[in-house]
Each structure stands twice: as structure tokens, then as C-alpha cells.
Design a protein around this ligand. Structure first.
Ligand code: GLN
Length: 494
């Protein structure tokens, strides 16, 4: 029998309404799992057990009062939040020492909406410092380990959220994706990761890394749960100036409509690229064959400027971060270094002690790219490339409905393998970054194993066309029937 904490959100929601389980029981199973594995996985920075118990009790009271029909879909389901999403009264560190003592006075919009709908928060998850990284090794606290193989990374920067869902330490989770940080860790941990259209989910209360690229996204065990969670957090928010105007949609509707007639674009150079692990290429090719078998047509498309997307990203993201992180001055938030003679020294000491190497590297890169004399050559040029990438997507989506690719060129790599080589680390996001530059939605679903580790299959769609991306992902997920579980949880009691 599958443990409660390993089931999907929609399955648990049905069981709750049928009176088969209580929210307290689901929470107890999830808490037991955290106790059993988190010393090894390290998914959580802060646990919120008391809050979770109160929230679960509220849901059970509503069920006892006969309100099952009025209960939102996310009610009573254990959730984890990446620690860059602010939670009122609950420490929020962004994986950084500089925010170690920071307790936000407000909730991010995504969590505010979920909390109002009865969601049960089990904790805040570990992540790369300020979401900068692809392996979770840039967390100031500890690395996270991949439940599939504890010697490998879970991906990053939302590695804690991905690992928690993979290991049954939460039924679903939120993360953030600036260059791939939801899709890539989802791929490496064998779960579903969705990055919606830019602006569809409010960034209010998301601790900023690169504001024009930051997206809130979801980690779930299947596509239906991704649609459910997205429906609960999407929709206009006047507190985010880049929030799209439309109200939230129902992303579950139409999910089972299949892919007959759907045009799936493939960038052929991506699949033949040097550096793709052969097992990744094989699993992705097999998934493309399945899509054809389901009645979709697979056709070549070109994204000619995507080759430059990574370079443009590593100018634009550091430029925006150098500006966003100027606010950590020892006065307004979090930590302050003691013993400085004046405010300038206090500021320098606080930032020197509070930020890790990767954050400092990005602030320096970004400050340089924005400085007078270099602005046009670097930042300005990168913005032009960004426009060309956006046009590439527009042209491609004139020919196809979705674009498919591997999510990551490799499966989970070993801890320490890429830490000495930032450029090798940056290449982890080669297939995910273009969608951030263009703002288009993207999803990663597990499509098989290569050498015992999960492979992610990415589908990208037109702006605001989450419906097609989710429908195609759902059909493929059903055809693939990926049911493997991390060995870590296989022997645990149900
Ligand atoms: N790995 C990329 C980076 O380090 C993306 C991170 C993210 O999406 N937050 O910038």
C-alpha cells in the first residue's frame, strides 16, 4: 500500500472528502516521513509543525461540519515552500546567512492564497543562496541530497522543494524558476515541475533575484496536481506591477483531452548537442515517439538565437541581482556585522560576511555589466539578444503548438562534481533558460531512468497557454506511466 505522504494531492483530496482519511492523518504520515529521511536528505531549513497541525485541524473541523463540498482542492494537503517565499512570522532565509534572523511581517501572495484555501505548511525548504545555483550546493546552510542517490545533487536552486516531494516529505511544493530552478531540480528528482507564464503567479513576497526572470512554480507528483496547485496560486495581484491582468483560470479543465493533431516542435540541434548524456537522449527520443503514437505530429523547429541565451542570461540575471541585493545593507533586513566604526564599514562588513561566493560573483559581474562605459557592450547587448530569443519563440509558435526538449542535459551529478567549475554548472540550464528570457510556460515531467536516475522531458508553450502545455504533459505522462520511486523511500512503512 502506498503511504499517505506518497500519494498525489488529488487522490488525497478525494479520500478526505470520502471520509477515508483526515487531514491530521495525512500530516502525521508526512511528519513521520520527514523524521525518517530528512537527516539524510536535508530538504528543510525550517519546520512549521505547529502551524501545520492547526491548519490540518481547521480542515478536519470543516469536514466534520459537513463542508466537504465547499472545501478548496488544496485543503488539508501538506505543502513545502522554498525559503525565498516570505511567510509571516516564519523565518525566511533565502538560503543566505544575511537573512538568517529574518522573520517577515507579511506573506507572499502565493502562500497567502494557499493558506486561505486550507493548505497545510510543513516547512521552508533549503535552496541555493538567493536562488543562484543549479545544484543546491550554494546554500549557506548545507547541501540538499537527491533521494534517488544521496551522493548526487537534487538540482537547484529549488533543490529542497524537489527533494521533499520526491521523498514524500511533502505532497507538493512551491519553488522559483529564474533560469530553470523549478524544471531542472524536478527533472533530477523525478517529479513534475511547472514554470508558468511570466506574471501569471504574483511575485509579491518572492525575495527577488532577477525580477524580469523570476517565476513562482510548482513541484508535484503528477500533472493534475500541477494544474490544481497552479489554479490555486495564479491570477492578478495588484501588489505585483508585472502581474498579468486576468483572473485565475481553472487549469484542470481540458487536461484529459489528449494530443491528437497537436504539433510538437523539436530543436534538432539540441538533441544532437555534445554533452547530452546518451541515456537522456534515448529517454527523450522515446517520449517523442510516444507523442507521435498518441496522434501528435513531431516536426523540426528552429530557435536560432537560443545558442546565445545562456550568455545573455548570465549578464541580465547578475545585472538585476546586483541591483536587487543592494537592499541588504545591514539596516533594513536580517543580519548586521558588529563593531564597525561607521555606516560604510558596517555595510561592507555585513555584506562581506553575509553573502557567499556565488552571490558575490554575481554582484560583481552585474555591477560591471551595468557600469558606465560597459553598459552598451554587455547589458545592452544582452537585452538585444533577449528580444531575438523572444522573436524566435514567436516564429516557432507560428508553426507548432508546443516545443519539446530534454529539461537538463544530464541526470543528477555527484556532489562536488561541478562546484569548482562555474561554467560547467551554468550549462545545467542550457535548455531551461530560453523560456525564462521569453517568459513562456514550461513543464518538466519524468520520462524514464538513465543509469538508475530520473530523466526530465520539457514541454514549452505559447505565452498564457498553460492549458496546452498541461494537456500534452498529461497525455504523455499517462502513456509513459513513470512509477519508479527513490530507493530511499522504497523500504519505508506505508
Ligand atoms: N541555475 C541558474 C542560476 O544559477 C538558475 C537559477 C534559478 O532559476 N533560480 O542562475
Amino acid at each position: 500500500m502506498t503511504a499517505l505522504c506518497d500519494r498525489t494531492g488529488h487522490d488525497l483530496a478525494a479520500a478526505l472528502r470520502a471520509g477515508e482519511v483526515s487531514a491530521a492523518e495525512i500530516l502525521a504520515a508526512t511528519t513521520a516521513r520527514i523524521e525518517a529521511v530528512d537527516a539524510r536528505v536535508g530538504a528543510f531549513l525550517t519546520r512549521t509543525g505547529d502551524l501545520a497541525a492547526r491548519q490540518a485541524a481547521t480542515v478536519d473541523a470543516r469536514l466534520a461540519a459537513g463542508e466537504a463540498a465547499a472545501l478548496p482542492a488544496v485543503a488539508g494537503i501538506p505543502l513545502a515552500l522554498k525559503d525565498v517565499l516570505t511567510t509571516r512570522g516564519v523565518r525566511t532565509t533565502a538560503g543566505s546567512r544575511i537573512l538568517e534572523p529574518y522573520v517577515p511581517p507579511y506573506d507572499c501572495t502565493a502562500w497567502e492564497r494557499l493558506a486561505a484555501a486550507g493548505s497545510v505548511l510543513v516547512g521552508k525548504t533549503n535552496c541555493d543562496e538567493f536562488a543562484m545555483g543549479s545544484s543546491n550546493e550554494n546554500s549557506a546552510y548545507a547541501p540538499v541530497r537527491n533521494p534517488w542517490n544521496l551522493d548526487t545533487v537534487p538540482g537547484g536552486s529549488s533543490g529542497g522543494s524537489a527533494a521533499a516531494v520526491a521523498a514524500g516529505e511533502a505532497v507538493w511544493a512551491l519553488g522559483t524558476d529564474t533560469g530553470g530552478s523549478v524544471r531542472q531540480p524536478a527533472a533530477l528528482c523525478g517529479v513534475v515541475g511547472l514554470k508558468p507564464t511570466y506574471g501569471l503567479v504574483s511575485r509579491y513576497g518572492l525575495i527577488a533575484f532577477a525580477s524580469s526572470l523570476d517565476h513562482v512554480g510548482t513541484f508535484t507528483r503528477d500533472v493534475r496536481d500541477a494544474a490544481t496547485l497552479l489554479s490555486a496560486i495564479a491570477g492578478h495581484d495588484p501588489r505585483d506591477a508585472t502581474s498579468l491582468p486576468e483572473p485565475a483560470g481553472d487549469y484542470v479543465r481540458g487536461l484529459e483531452d489528449g494530443v491528437r493533431g497537436l504539433r510538437v516542435g523539436v530543436v534538432e540541434e539540441w538533441l544532437s548537442m555534445e554533452g547530452i548524456q546518451p541515456g537522456v537522449r534515448d529517454a527523450v527520443s522515446a517520449a517523442l515517439d510516444r507523442l507521435e503514437g498518441l496522434g501528435a505530429s513531431v516536426v523540426p523547429v528552429r530557435l536560432p538565437h537560443a545558442d546565445y541565451a545562456l550568455s545573455a542570461y548570465y549578464l541580465i540575471a547578475p545585472a538585476e541581482c546586483s541591483s536587487n541585493l543592494a537592499r541588504y545593507d545591514g539596516v533594513r533586513y536580517g543580519a548586521r556585522a558588529a563593531g564597525a566604526a561607521d555606516v560604510v564599514e558596517m555595510n561592507a562588513r555585513t555584506r562581506g560576511a553575509g553573502f557567499g561566493d556565488e552571490v558575490k560573483r554575481r554582484i560583481m559581474l552585474g555591477t560591471y555589466a551595468l557600469s558606465a562605459g560597459y553598459y552598451d557592450a554587455y547589458y545592452g547587448q544582452a537585452q538585444k539578444v533577449r528580444t531575438l530569443v523572444i522573436r524566435d519563440f514567436e516564429a516557432a509558435f507560428g508553426q507548432v503548438d508546443v516545443i519539446a526538449s530534454p529539461t537538463s542535459p544530464t541526470t543528477a551529478f555527484r556532489l562536488g562534481e561541478r562546484t569548482g567549475d562555474p561554467l560547467a554548472m551554468y550549462l545545467s540550464d542550457i535548455f531551461t533558460i530560453p523560456a525564462n528570457l521569453a517568459g513562456v510556460p514550461g513543464i518538466s515531467i519524468p520520462c524514464g531512468l538513465a543509469d538508475g536516475l530520473p530523466v526530465g522531458f520539457q514541454l514549452m508553450g505559447r505565452l498564457r497557454d498553460e492549458a496546452t502545455v498541461l494537456r500534452a504533459a498529461r497525455a504523455l505522462e499517462d502513456a509513459i506511466g513513470f512509477a519508479a520511486r527513490p530507493p530511499l523511500v522504497a523500504g519505508l512503512p506505508a
